[in-house]
Design a protein. Structure first.
Length: 280
């Protein structure tokens, strides 16, 4: 089993200092990020369908081998508008053609409950985006059904496992899968913040005990899993990259095969002594 670890998005001003060097501008963030992680979820695509050119510009900033997961626009996942599907598919297929697309992520809102209409919509998305490997994240508990993984597997859809607060109406946390790929998104365990702003919802720092639960759980699936993707969405104050780095270390310590960054990180600054500064 191959382990991929990264974060959900990369362009956050409050990562400057905790993760990005001071003074890093947004245009330089992806190139720096790719020196530390082998993949990223693109979140900006959620707000409007990307063009092929937008995604190619991102691909040109990272080394060969680096992979993207592209989030499905909310006009498709939330509003179920078919008109945006052709442009989104063309953009995703351009990344796939370049060997840079690990998959797509369709995150349904909590307001999307399990019913016939939404099953039909997922069926259509699975057919139209089949070549790009679509994963589905559910937010409402009504989707926690024993028959769901098999239904998704028949359509080639990956079921996303989540780490989220224990709230009655939320899709429950825990390791689930529908195919030979495990896909985990780690959000937060702070129930009191979940229905506040996005910034407060995802303000969370995972400790080693919580991360260790996922290491053990993922490794237990080794007999039926070819690869596992673990993405951190606790995206404020630099928690996501810090937790992602730590998770990579925990998997490596457990003897797992973890995909390394495809570019070397920048060298650490050299501490110069007094006589070096004087030229002695």
């Amino acid at each position: 089993m191959t382990i991929w670890v990264g974060t959900s998005g990369y362009s956050y001003p409050d990562w400057v200092g905790p993760f990005y060097p001071e003074g890093t501008r947004s245009q330089r963030m992806l190139a720096y990020y790719s020196q530390h992680f082998p993949l990223v979820e693109l979140n900006f695509t959620f707000y409007r369908p990307p063009t092929p050119e937008m995604l190619v510009r991102r691909a040109d900033q990272v080394p060969a081998g680096f992979q993207f997961v592209v989030k499905v626009p909310r006009s498709i996942s939330h509003e179920e508008r078919p008109d945006d599907l052709p442009l989104f598919r063309r953009a995703a297929e351009e990344l796939r053609r370049r060997g840079r697309l690990l998959g797509l992520l369709c995150q349904l809102p909590q307001a999307s409950h399990h019913d016939r209409r939404r099953l039909d919509w997922l069926d259509r998305l699975g057919a139209e985006l089949r070549d790009c490997r679509l994963a589905v994240e559910f937010r409402h508990r009504s989707w926690a059904r024993p028959e769901l993984p098999a239904w998704l597997a028949e359509r080639g859809l990956d079921l996303v496992a989540v780490d989220a607060p224990a709230i009655a109406q939320l899709y429950p946390s825990g390791l689930v899968q529908s195919t030979g790929r495990v896909y985990v998104r780690l959000h937060s365990r702070k129930a009191g913040n979940w229905y506040l702003s996005d910034r407060e919802r995802y303000e969370y720092d995972y400790d080693d005990a919580a991360l260790g639960e996922w290491v053990e759980g993922v490794l237990r699936t080794a007999g039926r899993t070819q690869e596992a993707l673990l993405l951190f969405n606790n995206c404020h104050h630099g928690h996501a990259p810090a937790n992602a780095r730590r998770l990579m270390s925990l998997f490596q310590n457990a003897g797992a095969t973890v995909v390394a960054p495809f570019a070397a990180p920048p060298p650490a600054p050299v501490q110069r002594g007094l006589f070096d500064e004087m030229g002695g």
